[in-house]
Design a protein around this ligand. Structure first.
Ligand code: ZN
Length: 132
């Protein structure tokens, strides 16, 4: 029997226990607002394992956002030919603000995926559930 790889499950937002069920409804940049499913449709793993569990994802999301803003800041510096003076500050503000806005669905999704896959000792991959 073929096991689902952890990378595949991470990238595609699959359940950390069976790596088959979807954690979220809808697609990353779809027209519907994405929501976190209550539990896995495949193995019944609850995603919010205790009330308020996803508050922890805010810290992950914050760290991701900081890293992205720093990256965008450096990219702006690079692509503007090293301009960094009082007049060019608005470019940085615009790029970082718009970039953060565009990345917010990505951060929402991947902060929860990282929390469930890497930072939740109570949730473990169970090969017995990893079958159709
Ligand atoms: Zn599952």
């Amino acid at each position: 029997m073929k096991k689902t790889s952890k990378l595949y499950a991470l990238v595609n937002g699959k359940c950390p226990t069976c790596r088959r069920g979807d954690i979220f409804t809808g697609s990353l940049y779809g027209f519907n607002i994405q929501r976190t499913n209550y539990s896995c449709s495949h193995c019944n793993q609850r995603f919010e394992i205790e009330p308020g569990y996803f508050y922890a994802a805010m810290y992950v999301s914050y760290a991701m956002n900081m890293a992205e803003m720093i990256t965008m800041g450096f990219a702006t510096y690079f692509f503007s030919g090293g301009r960094l003076d009082f007049d060019s500050i608005w470019i940085y503000v615009a790029v970082i603000f718009l970039g953060s806005l565009l990345l917010s669905p990505f951060n929402y999704r991947y902060s929860r995926i990282i929390l469930l896959h890497w930072l939740s000792p109570k949730i473990k991959y169970n090969v017995a559930y990893d079958k159709p």
